[in-house]
Write a protein that binds this ligand. Sequence first.
Ligand code: HEM
Length: 496
Amino acid sequence: MASILPSLHRAAPRLTRRLFDSLPKQTPQWQLQARRAFKTVPARPAIAISNVSTVSSKTPSQSSSFARSFKAYRVKFLKAFFPRLTRKPVGYWLLFSAANVFGIVVFGGLTRLTESGLSITEWKPVTGALPPSGESEWEAEFQKYQSSPEFKLLNPNMTMDEFKKIYYMEWTHRLWGRFVGVTFVVPAVLFIVAGKVSKPMAGRILGIAGLIGLQGFLGWWMVSSGLKDHLFAPGSHPRVSQYRLVAHLGTAFLCYSAMFWNGLQILREQKLASNIEAARGTLERLKNPRLRVFQRSIAMLAGLVFITAMSGGFVAGLDAGLIYNDFPWMGQGWIPPLDELLSDFYSQKADGRDLWWRNALENPSLAQLDHRVLATTTFTAVIALFTYSRFSPTIVKLLPNASKRAVHGVLGFACLQVALGISTLLYLVPLPLASAHQAGSLALLSYVLLLGSRTWLPNKRFLQLLQKRKISPGSVANQRGGINSLHANRHVTAKN
Ligand code: HEM
């Protein structure tokens, strides 16, 4: 944070003055610097707002040259403001944010497993940050919960002390969510304004901020589905919609993956740029077409882990881990009877055209079978990838050592995850095992992404910059964002 503040101090006045001042009487220092840096920009750039109002009085050729120079200035300004490479602290902060999301996902799982999620019946983003104070406020909260389907059907004898326990679980989960939002958005603004973030990365960071906002909305959307009046009906089980639970879980996984992946990418690009000669050697190896199948397999594996995890969300949402508690058998055979798997009970269309997908997503038996099949496929894919990396002479020769180590990590976490999944099932979903199984899925996904970040080629923009020698050790060391970095880059490039 200490390193951001001076840069922020420098960047902020520069930005506002550039954009909003009318023509200054004395040419300030930043303009002199800018002119020196962009020799092609006219001596009096047409950026001032006062110039805009005079456009109509100019001839067409004058106004088109004005538009051209305005555009040129804008392009140069943006280029000078955003550094070519995002700085390392941004990478560390993204990894910290990913760890934060990892934590809240695990805590969210604990909230679900302790059946605490429906204890707070309202969503007040700001005022809800404080828990009730005093007996009367607690009493009011408890009364609201007492009118919910969960209390009436499952917990009619709950005491105030028991209510406080589940309330605090859910309240902590929501508070942690706010913490994730604040510790992401505030540094994001500071880093961008201080010129520490490249333009494409700034767009991605804004996208992740949007995902966090969406996640807050999805959280409440999910909880509200567990408070609906139709859940009072006889035979219904008061719990949240499994669709909404998976939407909430899936967005958390996406958010985590985006933070983790971009954090890794920033650090990797910095590392490559800090030793260009070594980087060229590594990149030449990774560019080899004979590695392409292996590289694509990692992308497919990441997708497969994600889909398996989402199918696990359906198992959790339908409490499908409480049936068929043996492995590899399901009851009398490998799979339950077909009429149970594709039961008419779940179909809502007279012609039965929704029979397949409704059973897959609403019938606990088929949801569990799907999860078993997907998990087995994922595990087999991991074994295949490991075998390929160990026994194909081409891959053994071309694959960097860091990638080989990551393949071992992927194999280890896949074995652990399968063992945890089977134990969770055999022991009827005990809290510690179920929670470890959920954390294991994120750990496995992280290792696959780590393997990807060590094995895939960096993005095209980075490769082009490297090829055009627009980044070099000097530019990384001197990178401050804004005009200074351009100076530094030009200086070094000219020397090269
Ligand atoms: C690559 C392998 C696997 C992955 C990535 C994975 C992922 C997941 C995820 C993300 C959940 C949701 C957890 C939650 O939201 O609380 C879940 C739930 C579950 N999984 Fe897996 N799983 C895998 C393998 C297995 C295996 C092999 C089994 C057992 C046959 C299994 C059994 C279960 C059960 C019973 C649940 C429900 C637990 C609950 O109710 O909290 N999983 N899985």
